[in-house]
Design a protein around this ligand. Structure first.
Ligand code: PLP
Length: 422
């Protein structure tokens, strides 16, 4: 459930009409709903705690939507943060999320990033390879500390909504095999700079079937039991994120309650703290991208293009993953729905949000909302074609605030300099 519903006939975010935001802030603009973020987090948390799981750490995956106001909203509810760069660790800290609720993941952390995370005192560094584990050991030993690490395992299970976001097969770059994990865990427990606290996995994103998750989590449980049988201490099992969301025409994803119940079953009787790294399931349906129709362009061959002021640089998912986003008129449009190709102004044919989409008749100046754009929307945006990053607005009840302003062209140009010889 989300809080983007018609009010007095026009689409609103909570109690604020989207038109009002478009007029005040301009388009394209991302709009997020506090109530939806809060609801998604609490529904997941209540489902997990209700399934009898011991004090789970729910570390929101910052990459899904790293806006400080979003992080603050979730942090206030007790969310931790799953981070994959120093920038994300800094964001989580700046949003008031305590270091002991921050997990630092990622395939290629630099020495400087590892040092920063150690100095900040993060809860856990998820190491993804033997060379990375050695590097963490060395940096921690130099500082006279023992880094709390989890070994990320690649459970060799296929899952995820698109090949580019499936991470759990052995051919993917993420994590180590089960046998390597056992060897590395034992080595880590004897290393001067390491304190292995757990094992971790994340098998993919936009997963709409619980079976591959149950398979991977069962294998992870087996690993914990083997490690413990060898006398090693395993305090935490990090099961990653990945739960899918309804993008309208996709298979219906499992509910948080079904997901939690499955985990409760798989982990029954295992005395361990579970950690989760949900991103999309919390943020996706808590945000929309608002855009304006620039032109309706009818080609003699019969194709009809809806040319918007938003483009692939603002919302990359359709171009990158062939993703479907529901596209809704902000004000109701009467008339028979017809097929449109919905495109942006960027100079690539890939800048197409939808082909042959049945939409009501539109005119230049109309506002449209791309639904489910709160995750991997603004966070994947770029300034391609020298287009300013779309601003972000957070709504709470009948109030809204610009939580990231649109940069001016002067600000964009001021970041660059002519080389001395030019
Ligand atoms: N954890 C890790 C390690 C990830 O790589 C990702 C996404 O790529 C996530 C968590 C979040 O996944 P999702 O947004 O599907 O929940």
């Amino acid at each position: 459930m989300n809080h983007f519903e018609p009010r007095d006939g026009e689409l609103a975010c909570e109690d604020v009409p989207l038109r009002r935001i478009a007029e005040a802030v301009g388009t394209p603009v991302y709009v997020y709903s506090s109530a939806t973020l809060e609801r998604h987090f609490t529904v997941l948390r209540d489902a997990l705690t209700g399934a009898g799981l011991k004090d789970p750490l729910i570390a929101y995956a910052v990459k899904a939507n790293p806006n400080l106001a979003v992080l603050r909203t979730l942090g206030a509810l007790g969310a931790g943060a799953d981070t994959v760069s120093e920038g994300e660790v800094r964001r989580a800290l700046a949003a008031g999320i305590p270091a002991e609720r921050i997990v630092f993941s990622g395939v290629g952390k630099t020495a400087a990033e590892i040092a920063f995370a150690l100095d900040a005192g993060v809860a856990e560094i998820n190491v993804e390879s033997e060379p990375e584990m050695r590097l963490v050991d060395r940096i921690a030993a130099e500082r006279g500390v023992r880094a709390q690490i989890a070994i990320r395992v690649n459970p060799d299970v296929a899952a995820g909504g698109h090949a580019k976001i499936a991470t759990g097969k052995s051919e993917n770059k993420f994590g180590v095999s089960f046998s390597e994990a056992e060897r590395l865990y034992a080595q880590a427990s004897n290393a001067v700079g390491l304190k292995p606290v757990g094992v971790a996995c994340h098998i993919g994103s936009q997963i709409t079937d619980l079976a591959p998750m149950a398979e991977a989590f069962g294998k992870m449980r087996g690993l914990v039991e083997r490690l413990r049988a060898e006398g090693l201490s395993v305090e935490r099992l990090d099961l990653g994120g990945g739960l899918g969301v309804p993008y309208f025409n996709q298979p219906t994803p499992p509910s948080p309650a079904d997901y939690a119940a499955m985990i409760g079953r798989v982990m029954q009787g295992l005395d361990i703290q579970l950690a989760f790294e949900p991103g999309r399931v919390i943020a996706a349906n808590a945000g929309v991208l608002l855009a304006r129709v620039l032109h309706v362009h009818e080609r003699p061959e019969g194709r009809r293009f809806l040319v918007l002021d938003a483009a692939m640089n603002d919302l990359l998912r359709p171009a990158m993953y062939d993703a479907w986003h529901d596209i809704r008129p902000v004000a109701p449009r009467a008339g028979e729905a017809g097929p449109y190709d919905v495109v942006g102004p960027v100079c690539e044919t890939g800048d197409t949000f939808a082909r042959d989409r049945a939409l009501p008749p539109f005119e230049a100046g109309d506002l449209v909302a791309f639904m489910s754009a709160g995750a991997y929307g603004a966070s994947m945006a770029s300034e391609y074609n020298s287009r300013p990053l779309a601003p972000e607005v957070l709504v709470k009840g009948d109030r809204y605030a610009v939580v990231r302003a649109r940069p001016t062209y002067e600000e964009m140009l001021a970041r660059e300099a002519a080389a001395p010889w030019l």
